[in-house]
Write a protein that binds this ligand. Structure first.
Ligand code: SF4
Length: 348
């Protein structure tokens, strides 16, 4: 039998205590919700700020390109230090530094295959223009420095590598690149001052007679002298270069005779100048250490390489000490080539 008194006994509930607990829980959940909300607000603000920064950068780039095009159209280009500008002949020994204006403002840096700009390079000197070509597409396979310490390929900024990638993507041949270089030379010749010198091929070369003729012909439009160095002297006739002072780039003194016989003045890379600053005689040629490498002068002042007829007449050649980040590999190659030349000379 159940106890009726026990069952009907009323429960003792402290309503005040319950209400206080509920209120605490409620406050806690409100506090957490507010915290979550403020975190979300912060994230949204940060995202908006990032988007605004990106929008401003895009607008700035767009404004820059439009101003540049307008200046180019007016023919009064200033020297904006854009990535194109910095690309100016910055590969290789002669090109380091920057230049004035992109070679073609209508081409993005992803389309460019040739750079032709007025360089501010310290070795070349003031007011000298310079062309930079992709190495792999234009240099002869026989060059002992190709992929082996070539200072053009290892130049700062990776501009030559970019030109090579662009040329490969567009499927361009050495001839296409020579035509592009010729187009840029003619275009630049219209606005360059009559005294502006032109240094051809800070990197790259013209490895066929046809390419050399295309570039040589375009250089006729250039008012002052153009000059350069070629590894292709053994098969490209000197006449293809017309008025360009193109020097044969040789590796050992015994090659000087054949280069001179083909009508080329000679230049040679050496691991050290054996007579310090003074010239020395080797292979029937008086070798002059490049004054820009020895003292603080510039090509624009020195001009020895610009007078190939004079160098041939005096049987003088220009010697360059190996330089650039690949100079150890170049030195190694030069030692091997010299040994081989001495061996061949001794055997014959
Ligand atoms: S010899 Fe004169 S012109 Fe030739 S690279 Fe040296 S400084 Fe320039």
């Amino acid at each position: 039998m159940s106890n009726a008194n026990e069952c009907t006994k009323p429960m003792q509930v402290n309503y005040n205590e319950c209400a206080a607990e509920d209120l605490d829980r409620l406050h806690e959940s409100v506090r957490k919700a507010e915290q979550r909300q403020s975190e979300w607000r912060l994230r949204l603000e940060m995202r908006a700020a990032g988007a605004e920064r990106a929008r401003r950068a895009r607008a700035h780039r767009q404004r820059h390109v439009l101003q540049h095009r307008a200046r180019a159209a007016r023919g009064t280009r200033r020297s904006p230090r854009s990535s194109h500008t910095k690309a100016a002949a910055s590969a290789g020994s002669d090109g380091g530094g920057d230049g004035d204006g992109p070679s073609d403002p209508h081409k993005s840096k992803h389309e460019q295959t040739v750079i032709l700009v007025k360089t501010r390079n310290k070795k070349l000197g003031k007011g000298v223009w310079a062309s930079t070509l992709p190495v792999r597409q234009t240099c002869p396979r026989s060059c002992p420095f190709l992929d082996n310490g070539c200072y053009g390929q290892r130049g700062p900024g990776g501009h030559v590598a970019r030109l090579e990638r662009n040329a490969a993507r567009q499927g361009l041949t050495a001839l296409d690149i020579a035509r592009e270089e010729a187009r840029l030379i003619r275009r630049a010749a219209r606005k360059a001052p009559a005294t502006a010198l032109l240094r051809l091929h800070v990197s790259g070369d013209s490895s066929t007679t046809e390419s050399a003729e295309i570039v040589g012909e375009a250089c006729e439009a250039w008012k002052a002298r153009a000059w350069g160095y070629t590894h292709c002297w053994a098969w490209v006739p000197r006449a293809a270069w017309r008025a360009v002072s193109m020097l044969a780039s040789i590796e050992t003194p015994d090659q000087a005779k054949s280069a001179l016989a083909r009508g080329y003045a000679v230049s040679m890379t050496v691991s050290a100048f054996p007579n310090g600053k003074r010239p020395w005689v080797e292979g029937g040629v008086t070798w002059i250490p490049c004054p820009a490498q020895m003292r603080r002068t510039t090509c624009a002042e020195c001009r020895l390489c610009l007078d190939d007829e004079g160098l041939i007449r005096r049987r003088q050649g220009i010697a360059f000490r190996e330089h650039g980040s690949g100079k150890l590999r170049v030195r190694e190659t030069l030692v091997q080539l010299r040994k081989k030349a001495l061996g061949d000379g001794g055997a014959s």
